[in-house]
Ligand binder design. Structure first.
Ligand code: UN1
Length: 496
């Protein structure tokens, strides 16, 4: 008998009103059915939004330090359940245990970081231009927020959105990716255990096209925070833009690591391997282009191939495995399609390029670490997000060319440069068009107390994490207190 999981609406666990469900299977082993989850419709979304709306007036008046205390409790619970959550994640998402432990750790860090914000949420006080008048700015919550999250960081990304939303006094509906609903259930169970009041956090499962779309269209949803593809991000922005509802988008990337001729090649090698093949290349921040100076291109490529060949592929639950499967069948088809495109474009496939089906892996969506050489910057494999373990090597002749190639895509999330030259490093920090730049480090590894997000088609100008995330989840209000006891006109209206 399959396990039935539920939505969480107004403090109650329940199936979809229609009774419909969808399956969640282990991407490392299709025969492993994790359970059935509600395929929520617009009616379920209506109920969740009504619950969040009803809970908002009370929640917004809970003192922020108290909301913070609740997040400390959530952080403690995440710590206590770290190993169990990591295993739940690996089973439904595929990435190796070391990485899912890291994913949970990111959620723990986020809980403690945001909990402290309950005692800050600073505004400003500033002198008024008039006597006996006081001026300040404060943050106010927005209302009901829809959080639509991806499968690649099934715990961390929901925490990035949900904790700041709550600390600012909003109520939320979480719609996790249909590939990773189990982690979301465990997360919400822990929120419930920590004492989150009914209606403040609601969980609805389902597909983006149905459940996500109903949430986005709902007029009572005052903010949508979405992480996913640029195509879907555009649609969400268009729908919400029509009624001027706030949208925060975290979209695609085509991140590059530059390796100059003066780089420490061993270091650059480790960075490229981790950036390209960590999480099976399924991070928004993954390295998909390696822009290498011609003097070291051949050597670095050989070093990469020698190491990529040895990467152990298999179920992420096996501690000795280094790379898990892709998330699902469609993802593997997409990666395979790009291998064909790369070959047709004239790139040289150096290693990989096909599914990995040895032994037990035949039942999962495994793919070999893949490296293309002789890639031209304009090729589709160097321009489009593949979201798999595929690295394209592009040769350049100068620092200027490296920066031009790096900047020559529609996206701008993460970036990196390996060089020993401090002048080049600073020019790169200035000239790279990206939300994140690493010097002598891989493109992955963002910390939760720094802004996370990107330029160009990677988003719409917002930054999650850092101190910037509170600007997504709050409205600024300017307040003037006149204690002069008379009408004081502002300076502009005091015509002498
Ligand atoms: C993502 O892939 O969407 O910087 C998030 C990193 C992680 C977060 C990645 N801390 O790789």
């Amino acid at each position: 008998m399959p396990v039935h999981f539920r939505n969480y609406i107004d403090g109650h666990w329940a199936g979809a009103l229609s009774g419909r469900t969808f399956e969640n299977r282990n991407p490392a082993d299709r025969n492993d059915l994790i359970g059935l989850f509600p395929a929520s419709g617009a009616d379920d979304v209506d109920r969740a939004v009504a619950a969040a709306k009803q809970a908002f007036p009370r929640w917004r008046l809970v003192p922020a330090p108290k909301r913070g205390e609740m997040l400390y409790r959530v952080g403690e619970l995440l710590k206590k359940h770290k190993e169990e959550l990591a295993r739940v994640e690996t089973r439904e998402m595929g990435k190796i245990l070391k990485e899912t432990r890291g994913d949970v750790q990111e959620g723990i860090d986020c809980a403690f970081y945001v909990a402290g914000e309950g005692r800050r949420l600073f505004g400003e006080t500033t002198p008024s231009e008039l006597p006996d008048k006081f001026a300040m700015s404060v943050r106010a919550p927005i209302g009901v927020c829809a959080l639509i999250t991806p499968w690649n960081f099934p715990l961390a990304i929901p925490t990035w959105k949900l904790f700041p939303a709550l600390i600012c006094g909003n109520t939320v509906i979480l719609k996790p990716a249909e590939d990773t609903p189990h982690t979301a259930v465990r997360f919400v169970e822990l929120l419930e255990e920590a004492g989150v009041p009914p209606g403040v956090v609601n969980l609805v499962h389902g597909r983006g096209e149905e459940t996500g779309a109903a949430l986005v269209r709902h007029p009572e949803v005052k903010l949508v925070s979405f992480t996913g593809s640029a195509t879907v991000g555009r649609e969400i922005a268009a729908v919400c833009g029509r009624d001027l509802r706030r949208v925060s988008l975290e979209l695609g990337g085509k991140n590059a690591q530059i390796v100059m001729e003066d780089a420490d090649l061993e270091l650059a090698l480790e960075g490229a391997l981790w950036g390209a093949f960590g999480t099976t290349g399924q991070r928004c921040t993954a390295t998909s282009r390696l822009i290498v100076h011609r003097d070291v291109r051949k050597r670095l490529t050989d070093m990469l191939v020698a190491r990529a060949e040895k990467i152990k592929i298999g179920s992420g639950l096996d501690e000795s495995v280094e790379m898990g499967p892709l998330i699902n069948h469609a993802a593997r088809e997409k990666v395979q399609r790009y291998i064909g495109i790369g070959q047709q474009e004239g790139a040289r496939l150096v290693i990989g390029g096909s599914s990995y089906e040895e032994g037990k892996c035949a039942d999962g969506y495994f793919f070999r670490p893949t490296i293309f050489d002789n890639v031209a910057p304009s090729m589709r494999i160097a321009q489009e997000e593949i979201f798999g373990p595929v690295l394209s090597i592009i040769e350049i002749k100068s620092f200027e060319e490296a920066i031009e190639v790096l900047n020559g895509t529609l996206y701008g999330l993460s970036s990196s440069i390996y060089t020993q030259d401090v002048g080049r490093a600073f020019r790169a920090m200035r000239d790279i068009e990206a939300g994140i730049t690493y010097i002598n480090g891989p493109t992955i590894g963002a910390e939760v107390h720094l802004p996370f997000g990107g330029v160009k088609d990677t988003g719409n100008g917002h930054r999650e994490a850092g101190t910037t995330v509170y600007d997504i989840f709050s409205e600024w209000k300017a307040i003037y207190v006149d204690y002069s006891g008379k009408l004081q006109k502002a300076q502009i209206d005091n015509v002498e």
